[in-house]
Design a protein around this ligand. Structure first.
Ligand code: C2G
Length: 134
């Protein structure tokens, strides 16, 4: 059973590893659509910290991941799911209900997010770190 999931996976953290491992455990293969730099810019008005090449490199190095492709548009989800022959789409529950329309071509499963960790929060913390001068 092939699982497909999508995400930015910027400033990769334990919440990302956890959802990918849990997604993989629901099937036999995990395909990951990593959202492009341009897609992120259009959504959030800023580019990710890590480039799409680096984010794809990191995600593809994980043992839970079998294949990585670039997600260039949110509107192409149905095409990606068909192209990559998804048996199930797995997403974190911050997307709860948002992808139910794909139930006609694959199972749609939402998994609980890992609490207390997010890329946005890490960026904020790092921004405010003060370096002690010796
Ligand atoms: N996630 C999680 N726990 C966290 C943070 C993230 O389980 N503490 C999950 C999200 O729910 C998502 C995946 O990790 O399923 C990737 O999260 P993001 O990188 O924030 O990706 P996002 O911007 O939600 O995806 O088509 C969707 C787009 O690709 C954007």
């Amino acid at each position: 059973m092939r699982i497909v999931t999508f995400g930015t996976f910027d400033v990769f953290h334990v919440g990302h590893v956890s959802i990918l491992e849990r997604a993989r455990s629901l099937g036999t293969e995990l395909y990951v659509g990593v959202s492009s730099d341009e897609l992120n810019f259009s959504k959030k008005d800023r580019y990710p910290i890590y480039s799409e090449e680096d984010r794809m490199h990191i995600v593809s190095a994980l043992k839970s991941v079998d294949f990585v492709f670039l997600e260039q548009s949110l509107e192409l989800k149905r095409e990606y799911l068909l192209q990559y022959k998804a048996d199930a789409l797995v997403m974190g529950d911050d997307w709860q209900g948002k992808f139910d329309e794909f139930n006609d071509i694959c199972k749609v499963i939402y998994l609980p997010r890992t609490p207390s960790v997010s890329t946005t929060e890490i960026i904020e913390v790092v921004k405010h770190v003060t370096v002690k001068s010796s």
